[in-house]
Design a protein around this ligand. Structure first.
Ligand code: ATP
Length: 135
C-alpha cells in the first residue's frame, strides 16, 4: 500500500515541484482528472491549463502547465510539461504583452504557420492571465 503521494512537475529547463501532495488535479487532454494516493497507473497527455494540488499541510497550490504528459503511479504523479510555473511566479505584465503580440499577429493574418503559433501563444497567455487573476 502506498504510504504517500509525491508530485513531480518537470520542464526541459527545470524541476518546478517535487513534494508530497494529498491530492492532484490536472488538465488531461480528455478532461480534468483527480489523483489521490493508490490511484491506478495510467499515462495521459495534458492540455494547456491549470494544475492544482493540496500540499502536505492541506494548502491548495496552483500552477500553469503548457501541455505535456502525466504519468500516474500509486505513489507518484509525474508531470512532464513543455513549460510550467507556479501561480506566484506568473508575471502578469509579461503574459499581457504575450497576449497583445499574439492578437496583433492574428489580426495581421500572417502565414498559416505564424497563425498556428500565434493561436497557441494566445492560449498560453490567456490561461496565465486568468490563473493569476482568479485564484
Ligand atoms: P513569452 O512570449 O512571454 O516568452 P511563452 O508562452 O512563449 O511566453 P513559454 O514558451 O511557455 O513562454 O515559456 C518559456 C519560459 O518562460 C518558461 O520557463 C516559462 O515558465 C516562462 N514564462 C513564460 N511566460 C511567463 C510569464 N508570464 N510569467 C512567468 N514565467 C513565464
Amino acid at each position: 500500500m502506498a504510504e504517500k503521494l509525491v508530485l513531480e512537475v518537470v520542464t526541459p529547463q527545470k524541476a518546478i515541484v517535487s513534494e508530497e501532495a494529498q491530492m492532484v488535479v490536472a488538465p488531461g487532454s480528455e478532461g480534468e482528472f483527480g489523483v489521490l494516493k493508490e490511484h491506478t497507473t495510467f499515462l495521459t497527455s495534458l492540455k494547456v491549463g491549470t494544475l492544482r494540488y493540496k500540499d502536505k499541510s492541506g494548502q491548495e497550490r496552483y500552477l500553469f502547465v503548457n501541455g505535456g504528459f502525466a504519468e500516474v503511479l500509486p505513489d507518484k504523479v509525474t508531470i512532464l510539461a513543455e513549460s510550467a510555473e507556479r501561480r506566484k511566479d506568473i508575471d502578469l505584465e509579461r503574459a499581457e504583452q504575450a497576449k497583445a503580440r499574439a492578437e496583433k499577429r492574428l489580426a495581421d493574418k500572417a502565414s498559416e504557420v505564424d497563425m498556428v503559433r500565434a493561436e497557441a501563444a494566445l492560449k498560453r497567455a490567456i490561461h496565465r492571465i486568468s490563473l493569476k487573476r482568479t485564484t
